[in-house]
Design a protein around this ligand. Structure first.
Ligand code: PLP
Length: 458
């Protein structure tokens, strides 16, 4: 009876959902026919739907529930701050204690790299807003230095930097550019360091990494270095399909931006807060960025919060030369969001989640993922900390991809859905980003499910 009642609820919710709710990134014709899966509750690394099915969430929601679901400490922190001060802005010379505490904490967590310090933070409510902030901040920086012609921001194809006009323009998703006349002016793109797709026959990872990085220099020279404001990139491309660059890529990018004096923006909306086994990913790759975008994992997704870590090169100019920077959001430094973020970072420290991913569960996930290389459908299997990607191929020996790459990913995703596993399909790549609390035993459980879904896709 209970089950029947739940099923009736599901149908009713799906009908209302389809009648009233415009979902992000969704084909509503498809949604109306099939009905959305209604997710009702969650705990640890699992979610449940309205039919009572238990699902292992290998995507941490949308790469964000780093501390796992059901963390009472985070709910308590939000409740207490709501009762004390639910909102006050930090415009016009006011501030609030959680925002100050969080800014201080982030400045302590962000490591200094080759003399570059990150002592200032600008808050927003999302990754998209943070990247909009970056566009305004880098252009303001060059204006203040008397070089207003430095406007162009270089990004990469297939990058994801958000969904606002500037975010979607910085991103390199052709499907997004096709809608709404994007990119906005002065944003251009270069190729991505995707070895499997873009390497030439016989080319080594190291050589390909250098070649891909030099696309940046070619672009700078074709535009004129004196017109280029910044280069933005994700240390590991996430939504584009977990594209992990060869080890030679980032050092060469750093050499090029340094040579031409161009600002470097590391978009760590996915990669920060333990995802790659470090608090910030620039540390892992030895990058020296000027600005670092963050969001998602800072609150483990319990409440929206994002921001930009502003390195001293930019902060000094904005503060000392700046006057008023006419930019900000009502919810910049929202006290409840900041209180939840603080509780989340403290929890992650207490449970040593970052170290666990770096030294224990991350290497174990890599070991287990390597075994998948033996599967007849798997052309490549790569991990970096707690992100991982598989390329599904038609013929391994010939590195031949499927003609209908979208179809194979969707087919595999449908098997995941049926088998109680959330894995994401990006074309013919299947990707995961599990909650950082996942144990070795749970990694084994996830790998069994992945294996089963791959077998079913064959
Ligand atoms: N930047 C990166 C690297 C992302 O992965 C995302 C979202 O997935 C964003 C920016 C946009 O963040 P939001 O969806 O919070 O606006």
């Amino acid at each position: 009876l209970v089950r029947r009642a739940e099923q009736q609820d599901t149908k009713a919710i799906q009908a209302l959902d389809s009648a009233h709710y415009l979902h992000p990134f969704t084909d509503h014709g498809d949604l109306a026919t099939r009905g959305a899966r209604v997710i009702t509750r969650a705990d640890n690394i699992y979610i449940w739907d309205s039919e009572g099915a238990k699902i292992l969430d290998a995507m941490s929601g949308l790469w964000c529930v780093n501390a796992g679901y059901g963390r009472k400490e985070l709910a308590d922190a939000g409740y207490q701050q709501t009762m004390t001060l639910p909102f006050y802005n930090s415009f016009f010379q006011t501030t609030n204690v959680p925002a100050v505490q969080l800014a201080t904490k982030l400045a302590q967590l962000a490591p200094e790299v080759r003399g570059r310090k990150f002592e200032h933070v600008f808050f927003s409510s999302s990754g998209s807003e943070s990247n909009d902030t970056n566009v305004r901040m880098v252009r303001r920086y060059w204006d203040l230095l008397g070089q207003p012609q430095r406007k162009v921001i270089i990004s990469r194809q297939n990058a994801y930097h958000g969904s606002t006009m500037a975010g979607a323009s910085l991103g390199g998703m052709s499907g997004m550019h096709a809608q709404g006349d994007l990119p906005i002016p002065d944003i251009v793109h270069i190729g991505q360091p995707h070895f499997f797709e873009n390497a030439q026959p016989g080319e080594s990872q190291a050589d390909f990494g250098l070649r891909a990085a030099r696309w940046l220099e070619e672009k700078i020279l074709s535009i004129g270095a004196d017109k280029v404001a910044a280069f933005i990139a994700e240390p590991v491309q996430g939504a584009g399909g977990v594209i992990i660059p060869p080890a030679t890529y980032w050092p060469e990018i750093q050499r090029i931006v340094d040579k031409h004096g161009i600002l470097l923006i590391s978009d760590e909306v996915i990669c920060a807060f333990g995802r790659l086994g470090h608090w910030f990913a620039y540390e892992k790759f030895g990058i020296r960025p000027d600005l670092v975008t963050f969001a998602k994992g800072v609150t483990s997704g319990y409440i929206p919060l994002g921001g930009v870590m502003v390195g001293d090169r930019v902060a000094k100019v904005l503060i000392e030369k700046g006057g008023e920077f006419n930019h900000g959001y009502t919810y910049s430094g929202h006290p409840v969001a900041c209180a939840v973020a603080l509780a989340n970072l403290e929890l992650m420290e207490r449970e040593k989640l970052v170290e666990r991913v770096r030294d224990d569960t991350g290497p174990y996930l890599a070991e287990r993922f390597e075994e998948l290389r033996g599967h007849p459908l798997v052309g490549a299997a790569e991990t970096c900390g707690f992100v991982a990607g598989l390329v599904l191929v038609k013929n391994k020996a010939k590195r031949q991809v499927f003609d209908e790459s979208l179809a194979v990913g969707m087919r595999c995703r449908a098997h995941c859905f049926r088998n109680g596993l959330i894995m994401r399909a990006v074309g013919d790549r299947m990707i995961i980003a599990p909650p950082l609390v996942m144990t070795r035993e749970q990694i084994d459980e996830m790998m069994d499910l992945i294996q089963r879904c791959l077998d079913a896709t064959l």
